[in-house]
Design a protein around this ligand. Structure first.
Ligand code: SF4
Length: 199
């Protein structure tokens, strides 16, 4: 499946700017995604990442996301909403999967937890589409993310924008933009288990 082509096809058929709720994991990943989608969508960033640990790191990434949106204000108008930080909920969801390697089943639950809340929010608030920045990372499973998105589309009756944001130099562009805007780029994915894998 070429999810990037699917996205291009959907965008090419839009007759006007649509409202999209864009789940974002962090400012650097959102950078090239915002640049790509802004000509076609009114974007609202949804910051919901209960997987991030410790809390100080969560606050740091969240604040960086807000700062980045503020830096963009003369270029693109991007709205921002957030949900509560509930790391206990995340821990509950993955309690039997702590030993999984990064990229395995624990991550699939983690993607779905964040995307489910995004789809529900988008549906309740009357957005046209929802999607996530997660596919910009070459370390994330784009197939699984798109599979989850399609499932949630049915569950909440809200259109999912398929994506593979790392394509067409999307990942490289996120690195360039992170440098340009001097964004904080973390050195582990987010959960405490991914941190332990590094240190
Ligand atoms: S490694 Fe990243 S995607 Fe996987 S469970 Fe941890 S925070 Fe979530």
């Amino acid at each position: 499946m070429n999810y990037n082509n699917q996205m291009i096809d959907i965008i090419s058929k839009l007759d006007e700017k649509k409202k999209i709720l864009l789940h974002s994991c962090c400012a650097p990943c959102s950078s090239s995604v915002i640049e790509k989608l802004a000509p076609f969508f009114d974007i609202t960033i949804f910051y919901y990442n209960p997987n991030i640990s410790p809390k100080e790191e969560y606050e740091l990434r969240k604040q960086e996301q807000i700062n980045f949106i503020n830096k963009l204000k003369n270029k693109y108008k991007v709205n921002y909403i957030e949900a509560d930080y509930d790391n206990n909920l995340y821990e509950d969801e993955i309690k039997d999967l702590k030993q999984e390697k990064e990229g395995g089943k624990r991550c699939f639950i983690c993607y779905e937890l964040r995307m489910d809340k995004t789809a529900l929010k988008a549906s309740k608030m009357g957005y046209d589409y929802f999607t996530t920045t997660l596919t910009v990372s070459p370390y994330k499973n784009a197939c699984k993310i798109n599979e989850i998105g399609k499932k949630l589309e049915q569950k909440y009756q809200i259109k999912f924008l398929p994506s593979d944001f790392k394509k067409q130099n999307g990942y490289l562009r996120s690195i360039e933009l992170s440098k340009k805007y001097k964004l904080y780029r973390q050195n582990y994915c987010g959960c405490i288990y991914s941190k332990k894998d590094i240190f």
